[in-house]
Design a protein around this ligand. Structure first.
Ligand SMILES: C[S@@+](CC[C@H](N)C(=O)[O-])C[C@H]1O[C@@H](n2cnc3c(N)ncnc32)[C@H](O)[C@@H]1O
Length: 228
């Protein structure tokens, strides 16, 4: 697994994501986290740190030592295992396992995504929930998702293979730099099947963290699968 967030990417991550909403995410997750929360792809702790600050026992898994080093600058209270979230195990059980901001799609194979659901289920106590925030698949081969003076983001999508590449062109110190990150796009129905294989059942699906109804026009979903 390549670490796409090493070096500069980790150093800039919190500044680059500073405009993203955090409170609605934590408001959604906290009621599910009474028995502890495990974040897959915890990164710099953008969500895990404020969740822990509300008194939740929070842990994480991430493969990027540089991203976790950024988290460590904020707190020592969140244990993080370094490794692939599809296979890495931590001790104990949790009432909540979650993965946000499209990070489930960093698994670029169906096998990896199926293994992720199985690993999430293995960490859940009975009645616990796996929460995933992920974009719905693009319908166009090329789509501009961001355009500013310092960043241009273009998604390249191949419907046959479900391969999605997010191209980021970023202006840094007067020079444009390119970073192209591979993803695997999957439909909500395919994720439901992965959940079923892992022994989980769909409890809720929303269009965003504020619980707007999920429709055919929704550009992402927040899905909650429960372990019976
Ligand atoms: C876009 S960041 C999201 C970080 C954090 N969850 C947030 O919302 O800010 C994606 C994170 O996923 C991690 N990641 C990507 N693929 C991974 C994998 N297979 N196993 C573990 N972590 C992975 C990266 O290292 C990075 O920290």
């Amino acid at each position: 697994m390549k670490d796409w967030f090493a070096g500069d990417a980790a150093a800039r991550y919190d500044a680059d994501t500073a405009d993203m909403p955090v409170e609605p995410v934590v408001d959604f997750l906290q009621p599910l986290a009474g028995g502890g929360a495990l974040e897959l792809a915890v990164g710099t702790g953008r969500i895990a740190v404020p969740l822990a600050e509300r008194g939740v026992r929070a842990e994480g898994i991430d493969l990027s030592p540089d991203m976790v080093a950024e988290l460590r600058k904020k707190t020592d209270a969140i244990p993080v295992a370094i490794g692939d979230y599809a296979t890495t195990r931590v001790d104990g059980r949790f009432s909540l396992v979650y993965i946000v901001f499209n990070s489930i799609s960093n698994q670029t194979t169906q096998e990896g995504q199926v293994a992720t659901f199985a690993n999430a289920a293995a960490h859940l106590e009975p009645g616990g929930c796996f929460v995933v925030e992920v974009g719905t698949k693009n319908r166009q081969p090329l789509q501009v998702f961001d355009l500013s003076d310092t960043h241009v983001g273009i998604d390249e999508y191949d419907a046959d293979t479900q391969r999605l590449v997010s191209h980021h062109f970023t202006l840094i110190d007067g020079a444009w730099r390119r970073r192209s990150i591979p993803f695997r796009s999957a439909s909500p129905a395919e994720f439901d099947l992965m959940a079923q294989l892992a022994g989980l059942r769909l409890r809720e699906r929303w269009a965003n963290w504020d619980r707007a109804p999920f429709t055919a026009e929704s550009t992402k979903h927040v899905s909650v699968w429960e372990k019976p």
